[in-house]
Design a protein around this ligand. Structure first.
Ligand code: NAD
Length: 275
């Protein structure tokens, strides 16, 4: 359903890799709502992923940027404004990576160099983007920045590893930089805490399939999918939520507030556990 609520808005989308990516769905939904976009990803993802396809099919500029590198970010913000013909109105930060997770290293046996990388790519990068945008006045007053988080930022989840620490830090950056950027320039900063969704990043975690079924059973509304995530991001980018900032918004079907559902009881009844 399209209402054109992002008509004439200029957006920068980080993190679309392939058509399962949350950022891919957000980009498409933003275009449906009338936004003009620049896409960005790290060089290797542009070479190995399908983002070129999204850019070509929709005639969108695609610029390389490693979000850990502030000079890359500065160039990207400058070029994006040139291409879009003015300041940026909204930014999606949909970026995460953990080599510890990819290599299945347990939390008590983390490799500290990988740990630093996880934090830098998945959390500090948001600080770098916001700081650089503030210094160069790249985002318009009333603009909106959204990052994507996960419930493991606040509750222990087996196997999510150092990414849980990164998400906790990411949500803290949302609050802290949200206050600073709001007061100084009227820019909003929020996180969307999304249900598990089957993407490349989501798939690295080896118990994903079990967890996906578990959260679906335990969410009164069921898991939120990538299109649901896109809807919430579009709402946050729009002027309809112009006083919402520094928040983590749970797009998780109620999972984070639930201990037991009928659906879960039924599932347990039908399993060996119920006998
Ligand atoms: N899939 C899920 O279950 C889920 C749930 C909640 C939150 N999230 C979050 O959503 C965001 C997007 O993940 P996704 O699930 O769509 O997976 P994805 O793998 O499609 O997206 C991750 C993106 O990060 C990019 N990236 C990695 N290192 C980078 C760097 N140095 N510079 C720039 N970009 C870099 C990758 O190229 C990729 O495009 C992540 O923050 C993830 O933690 C995902």
């Amino acid at each position: 359903m399209s209402n054109g609520i992002l008509h004439n808005k200029r957006g920068l989308i980080f993190g679309a890799l392939d058509e399962r990516s949350l950022a891919w769905h957000v980009a498409k939904r933003c275009m449906d709502e009338g936004a003009r976009l620049v896409l960005s990803n790290v060089e290797t993802a542009i070479k190995l992923g399908d983002i070129n396809m999204l850019a070509e099919e929709n005639n969108l500029p695609l610029l390389a940027c490693d979000v850990t590198d502030t000079s890359d970010i500065r160039n990207l913000l400058e070029k994006s404004q040139e291409l879009l013909g003015g300041k940026i109105d909204f930014v999606l930060h949909a970026v995460a990576q953990s080599v510890n997770l990819r290599r299945h290293l347990d939390y008590e046996n983390l490799n500290y160099e990988y740990y630093k990388k996880t934090i830098d790519i998945s959390a500090v990068s948001l600080h770098k983007i916001l700081k650089t945008a503030m210094e160069t006045d790249a985002i318009s007053e009333g603009g909106s920045v959204v990052t994507l988080s996960f419930i493991a930022s606040e509750r222990y989840m087996h196997g999510y590893n150092d990414m849980a620490d990164a998400k906790a830090m990411l949500e803290s950056i949302v609050r802290q930089m949200g206050a600073v950027y709001g007061e100084k320039c009227g820019v909003r900063v929020n996180a969307v805490s999304q249900s598990p969704t089957q993407t490349k990043a989501g798939g690295i975690w080896k118990e994903m399939n079990y967890f996906y079924r578990y959260t679906d059973c335990l969410s009164p509304l069921g898991n939120a999918d990538a299109d649901d995530c896109a809807d919430v991001c579009v709402a946050l980018f729009s002027d309809l939520m112009k006083k919402v900032t520094m928040q983590t918004i749970y797009n998780d079907g109620g999972f984070g507030r639930t201990v037991l559902t009928d659906n879960m009881i039924e599932t347990l009844r039908n399993s060996q556990l119920g006998k």
